[in-house]
Design a protein around this ligand. Structure first.
Ligand code: FES
Ligand code: FE2
Length: 447
């Protein structure tokens, strides 16, 4: 591996119409280490929803790269985030995903911490013959360097040297607003989630979440079952989409600074979205523009490892890199707080159809990720050819759609659905290359 020249990994020459990613980016364990150090440990990471933590002592756990994190609401109402690792000998303190606990007791030797991360008990401390030097040490959980919220989304950073969260998200905020402002009382997860692990690199999910090109080949059985259901066969509750109708529609993508990207498409069947009955309320509360854009299909990537998709149903997922060839996924069904039960049922049927690990589409994806990962080890492959569709239609900066929205992307594409542009991947890989290069050169992540 030679990182003196990052273009050996991400060959980015917009003026020449070239954007290529080397297979090592997905397969090299040394690069995986650098990603941990120079990406996950030096940028903002999504941790959870504020609506998961309404009461004192509510908590959720998450990961920033390989670091376990505990987010908790303290008794004064503040939100804290800590490294979920015991100061004694390094065991993960809180094993649960979410809950309410006044104290978090380490399963190993029983040291206890409260919801503000404070060490409240060192078991058998009096008989322990500890030295004054030990007593003088701080035993609390280590706080994250930064915690911040945007529209109910909680983010944290292990590094203090990050831009303000609003600046990090930039104009991607408009697309987050379209997700997080769908209900007048905010958004929440429908209880339950899908968790599964796939045998592939985390960036296979990053790509796939912005990749409509695979839909009509990978998910043929899903599309076929939907068409049979539209004919009245089998389970008809999920409001089956007619995928052929998307082919005549227009869509596009925007890339933003700091690696964020969004794919959008005019939705031919807006009445099949659970948000549809709420549109008059949304129009009145927000704007015509919000209502119009909430009905478009949108897939968003918040760099590095969170996506919100609103193309089938509203879904938030995180992908946690466990090893270079192993990734843990978590998918949640997002819904407006206080939504009517029949709308929620409609939403859930669409979610489980597509996104559950036992659904009709997600297994197709996880299998192709594993197949890519074994293919990515193959010689003599070098650069992949999967980041090139749509380059000839790409505009650096904003296009007319961006101008109408008042946003300033770094790259824009607009065209027919079947262009299936791959320019949407460029912003994340540009940022990937920038952060790795800055780290290897000994520079700051955000100079
Ligand atoms: S590792 Fe937690 S109490 Fe020993
Ligand atoms: Fe897929």
């Amino acid at each position: 591996m030679d990182l003196k020249d990052i273009s050996l990994y991400v060959d980015d020459r917009p003026a020449e119409g070239v954007f290529r990613v080397h297979r090592d980016v997905y397969a090299d364990p040394e690069l995986f280490e650098l990603e941990q150090k120079f990406i996950f440990e030096r940028t903002w990471n999504f941790l959870g929803l504020e609506s998961q933590l309404p009461k004192a002592n509510d908590f959720v756990t998450a990961h920033i790269g390989r670091t376990p994190v505990l987010v908790a609401r303290d008794t004064k109402g503040g939100l804290g985030a800590f490294v979920n690792v015991c100061r004694h000998k390094g065991a993960v303190v809180c094993r649960a995903e979410a809950g309410n606990a006044k104290y978090h007791v380490c399963p190993y030797h029983g040291w206890a911490y409260d919801a503000s991360g404070r060490n409240v008990d060192i078991k058998d401390r009096k008989s322990g013959c500890y030295s004054p030097a030990f007593d003088a040490e701080d035993h609390d959980l280590l706080p994250l360097a930064r915690v911040a919220r945007y529209k109910g989304l909680v983010f944290g950073s292990l590094s203090a040297e990050v831009p303000a969260l609003e600046e990090f998200l930039g104009d991607m905020r408009f697309f987050l607003d379209l997700m997080m402002e769908q209900g007048p009382r905010g958004m929440e997860y429908i209880p339950g989630r899908a968790v599964y692990t796939y045998r592939g690199n985390w960036k296979l999910q990053l790509d796939n979440g912005l990749d409509p090109y695979h839909l009509t080949s990978t998910h043929l059985s899903y599309i076929d079952i939907q068409s049979r259901r539209r004919a009245g066969l089998g389970n008809v509750e999920a409001r089956q989409f007619d995928w052929a109708m998307r082919e005549s529609k227009e869509g596009g993508s925007f890339g933003f600074p700091h690696g964020h990207s969004v794919y959008w498409l005019d939705q031919p069947e807006p009445e099949k979205r659970p948000i549809f009955p709420a549109i008059p309320e949304i129009r009145a509360r927000l704007s015509d523009r919000h209502a119009e854009w909430m009905l478009k299909a949108r897939n968003t990537e918040i760099f590095p490892n969170m996506q919100i998709a609103d193309a089938i149903t509203l879904m938030l997922r995180t992908f946690h890199p466990v090893a270079v060839d192993r990734t843990e996924m978590r998918s949640y069904c997002l819904a407006p707080v206080g939504e009517a039960p029949e709308l929620r049922a409609w939403r859930l049927r669409q979610f489980e159809d597509f996104f559950n690990p036992g659904g009709m589409a997600t297994p197709d994806d996880t299998i192709v990720y594993a197949e890519c990962q074994s293919g990515l080890a193959a010689q003599p492959m070098t650069f992949l050819q999967g980041h090139s569709r749509g380059i000839a239609a790409a505009m650096q900066g904003g296009n007319d759609v961006a101008e109408a929205l008042g946003i300033r992307p770094t790259v824009s594409v607009k065209g027919g659905f079947t262009m299936f542009n791959e320019v949407a991947f460029h912003a994340p890989y540009r940022e990937w290359a920038r952060l790795i290069q800055a780290g290897v050169a000994g520079g700051k992540a955000y100079p």
